[in-house]
Design a protein around this ligand. Sequence first.
Ligand code: PGA
Length: 259
Amino acid sequence: MSRIPLIAGNWKMNKDHVEAAGLVTKLWWSLIDGHYEAEQSEAAVIVPFTDLHTVATIIEGDKIGIGFGAQDVSEHDSGAYTGEVSAPMLAKLKCNYVVVGHSERREYHGETDALINAKAKKVIEYGMTPIICVGEVLEIRKEGRHLSHVLTQTKGVLDGLTPEQVGALVIAYEPVWAIGTGEVATPADAQEVCGAIRGYVRDTFGPAAADSVRIQYGGSVKASNVVEIMAEPDVDGALVGGASLDPAEFAKIVLFYKG
Ligand code: PGA
């Protein structure tokens, strides 16, 4: 079973909608220059809410062959939830992906596995693909409890989904100690946890779901370290923060398979 790797650039709270137009266009030029083929490695940009309409318009109008999406979503469809953005609103903009449960949402907004699970279900209900984040903080890794911790998170965020739904979604393993720190997990660290997540999916949702679910690694991924991380059998892509703000660098990451 071959899974097409997904390299998603999480811009976080960077770039206004005018800057977003420039960044997406430059990224596309760099990808074209590098002979990008979406069947080899799929690129996507995960942008602030205020950039979505601009990015959607440019991608559609200029026939740019990359995916795009949002960094969070409400667990509600509509109503008195000041400041929130709903899944139907994101679907209307034709978002392909929605990141849920990023460690910065867990840490600064107290998001729990149960809330992340509810958000992922909304994303699926409205026809988009969730990128569901899991990962341990440094203390837990030091105590050697990272596998059980991440598998407990995985159980919580996938609760109640069908095997078909799990097979179609994306899980991003992002060790919190490697995010934005320049401290990248070793390929073996990434493989250990991504392999364990796939094992959990196999045991719980069956072999078809395990073979098709895409599991990304995230945390200080750059052009200089992506090739060795992607060589691991259970790593199907990367969720890239800082390096996704540089279009030439991000294009190199997307084109990792060219060596
Ligand atoms: P980083 O961020 O690549 O800057 O470490 C990754 C992420 O938070 O998704």
